[in-house]
Design a protein around this ligand. Sequence first.
Ligand code: NDP
Length: 280
Amino acid sequence: MNFLSNLTGSFALQAAGNATVAMIEAAYRHHGLDWRYINCEVRPEALGDAVRGARAMGWAGFNCSLPHKVAVISLLDGLGESASVMGAVNCAVRRDGRFIGENTDGKGFLKSLAEVIDPAGKRVLVFGAGGAARAVTVELALAGAAAITIVNRARERGADLVRLLNDHTAARTDLSAWDSTARVPDGVDILVNCTSIGLFPNVEAALDLDTASLRPGLVVADIVPSPPRTELIQAAEARGCIVVDGLGMLVNQGVISIKYWTGIDADATVMRRTVEAIYG
Ligand code: NDP
């Protein structure tokens, strides 16, 4: 193989879990692609050298994880639309010899959400205001969501995200304080948990949310990938909601990254089976 131009990987302070590597390499194998995806542990002060190295060796692209998602921007040659609004890149793609920064987190979420609902014109309630919430809400807004309410423990962080969405997108966005048990207001079509509540090993943690306000037919998405059946997903299912788990986002951001790097539409079923085996 033309080894270096078929290289992709992840730059992170701590190497990404084996799940991402296994999932992407399973797709490469399944499609007969002679490509590799490798984890690289990169310290913040070495990020410039890492990107210059990838550029010098002709890598097809790479993912960026914490804490590099913002710092990498000044080392790239341009940004896609949503990455530019979010101010964060999780996927660099070589196009005509230039590295362009994209963000596939929110796009991966939208792809898994699209299996059950089109967010255009819908009212969305989002818990959380961190990096993942930023990616998810910017894509929801760019996909035409009519209104987004952010609920976040730290008020200032929530207010920053509301400002960003109102300044850069057409979605009407507001902040709702989370100082007591939250309820899902009437008229909400989609609820998304973008907090890390319920993430392994704190699997019994649950949102401070009145589950009696989860009405049948409401779409409830949880982006926590491990475990996929969080307390929220289980409560929503028991109330007759339509649920979307966090593995969908994980798999689909990988599908989109592979499409950017190789041009191939990767088989999401093969990738999902791989991460399901790892996350039990
Ligand atoms: P951040 O650290 O940037 O943000 C964490 C968010 O969770 C903040 O809004 C924080 O609120 C909130 N939070 C954490 N603990 C609590 C708590 N006990 N009570 C209330 N709010 C809480 O993390 P990310 O945004 O990067 O990641 C969030 C989640 O998204 C993680 O579980 C991660 O695994 C998941 N994720 C999933 C992906 C997938 O592909 N499925 C991709 C990327 C992320 P506050 O601001 O008040 O601190």
